[in-house]
Design a protein around this ligand. Structure first.
Ligand code: ADP
Ligand code: MG
Length: 316
C-alpha cells in the first residue's frame, strides 16, 4: 500500500464532517483552506505524541487515535475555543493495515465527538509519532489566557482529578475491576470540557488545561498572571473509584498526576454568579488567587515531591 492509497483509505474519510463555512478545502491539495469570520480570532496549537514517551509500546491503536485528538483538543478547550479542524502528521515504522484502520477509527470517533474535521496532513516512515495541529476560533479578543487571574478570583476545576494518574498502575491488568476500569477510561479516553469552556468566555479571567498535574499547571497561571494562590486539597473533586483504589494517595494524585485534561479556571465571584446554573454547577471551587507569588496548600500539606511531569527535569 503506497502513501496516497493509505491516505485515501484511512484518513480521507475523516474529512467528511467538515463545516463547509469554515473549512473550505480539506485534504488533497497543497494546503487546506480555513475561512475565519471577521469577528473571530483563529487559535491553533500543535501536539506531538511519541511512542515510548507519551504512550506505551503496543498501545491499542483505537485508544491512541482517540487520545491523540482529545489531548490536542484540550488545548482548544483551555482557550475557550470552538473546534474547527486539525491536521495530522503521521510517522510510521510500517503500513500495518489493521493498526491503521484502528487508529483511524479512534480518530474518527474523537473527530465527531469534538467536532474537529481532518483538514490535511503528512505521512512519513520512521519511529511511531503523531503530531496533530488543531484549529479553533474564539470571539475576537475573547480567548481565555493564562495571564488574566486577579487577586480574589476563585480557583475552580471542571471535574475530578487523579484518575488518569492512578490508571498508570493498571495499564497492564488483563481483567480490571470496575474501579480500575473507571480510572483506565479517564486515561484512555479523556474528554476535555470543550463546550463548558466556550461558556466561560467573557466570565473566566484565566484558564489552563490540566495535562501535567494541577500544581504544575496552576503554577503556570500564577506566574503568567503575576499572582499567588492558596488552595484546599480537601476540596478537589475525587472519583469514588480513585478513593477506592488509592486511599490516602488519592489527594496527592489529584494534586500532582497529569493526563486528566480537565480545566483549571480563575473567575471572580460576580462573574461566576452571572453564569447559568448548568455551567456553574460544573465548576468546583478549590481555592483563591492571592497577592504575591507561589502556591500555598491549606491544611499544612507540604509541596515536596508534588510536581508535574516535565520532559527535561522537575518543575514547580
Ligand atoms: P505535499 O507533498 O504537497 O506536501 P503530500 O504528498 O504530503 O503533499 O500530501 C498530499 C495531500 O494529502 C495533502 O493534501 C495532505 O494534506 C494530505 N495528507 C497527507 N498525509 C495525510 C494524513 N496523514 N492525513 C490526512 N491528510 C494527509
Ligand atoms: Mg505540495
Amino acid at each position: 500500500m503506497g502513501e496516497f492509497e493509505l491516505i485515501r483509505r484511512f484518513f480521507q474519510p475523516l474529512s467528511v464532517m467538515a463545516s463547509r463555512e469554515q473549512l473550505i478545502l480539506g485534504p488533497g491539495d497543497d494546503c487546506a483552506i480555513q475561512r475565519v469570520p471577521a469577528d473571530r480570532d483563529l487559535v491553533f496549537s500543535v501536539d506531538t505524541l511519541v511512542e515510548g514517551a507519551h504512550f506505551p509500546h503496543d498501545y491499542p491503536a483505537f485508544n491512541l487515535g482517540w487520545r491523540s485528538l482529545a489531548v490536542a483538543a484540550s488545548d482548544l478547550a483551555a482557550m475557550g475555543a470552538s473546534p474547527v479542524c486539525f491536521t495530522l502528521a503521521l510517522t510510521l515504522p510500517a503500513a500495518d493495515e489493521r493498526w491503521l484502520s484502528e487508529v483511524a477509527r479512534g480518530l474518527a470517533r474523537a473527530s465527531e465527538t469534538f467536532r474537529l474535521s481532518l483538514a490535511g496532513g503528512d505521512t512519513t516512515r520512521g519511529p511511531l509519532t503523531l503530531s496533530l495541529q488543531v484549529h479553533g476560533t474564539v470571539p475576537a479578543g475573547g480567548a481565555l489566557r493564562r495571564s488574566g487571574a486577579r487577586v480574589g478570583d476563585r480557583i475552580c476545576v471542571t471535574g475530578p482529578l487523579g484518575n488518569a494518574g492512578a490508571a498508570l498502575d493498571f495499564l497492564g491488568v488483563t481483567e480490571p475491576s470496575q474501579a480500575q476500569k473507571a480510572v483506565l477510561a479517564s486515561y484512555h479516553f479523556p474528554r476535555p470540557p470543550i463546550e463548558l469552556a466556550q461558556a466561560l468566555i467573557g466570565a473566566a479571567s484565566a484558564a489552563i488545561d490540566i495535562s501535567d498535574g494541577l500544581l504544575a499547571d496552576l503554577n503556570h497561571i500564577l506566574s503568567a498572571s503575576g499572582v499567588g494562590a492558596s488552595i484546599d486539597p480537601g476540596c478537589i473533586p475525587l472519583s469514588k473509584a480513585l478513593v477506592e483504589l488509592t486511599g490516602d494517595r488519592a489527594v496527592e494524585l489529584a494534586l500532582s498526576a497529569g493526563d486528566d485534561y480537565e480545566l483549571c479556571v480563575c473567575i471572580n465571584d460576580e462573574a461566576l454568579m452571572s453564569l447559568p446554573e448548568a455551567v456553574r454547577s460544573q465548576l468546583t471551587t478549590i481555592g483563591r488567587v492571592e497577592a504575591g507569588s507561589g502556591l500555598r496548600l491549606e491544611g499544612g500539606r507540604s509541596l515536596s515531591g508534588a510536581s508535574g511531569y516535565d520532559h527535561f527535569g522537575r518543575s514547580v
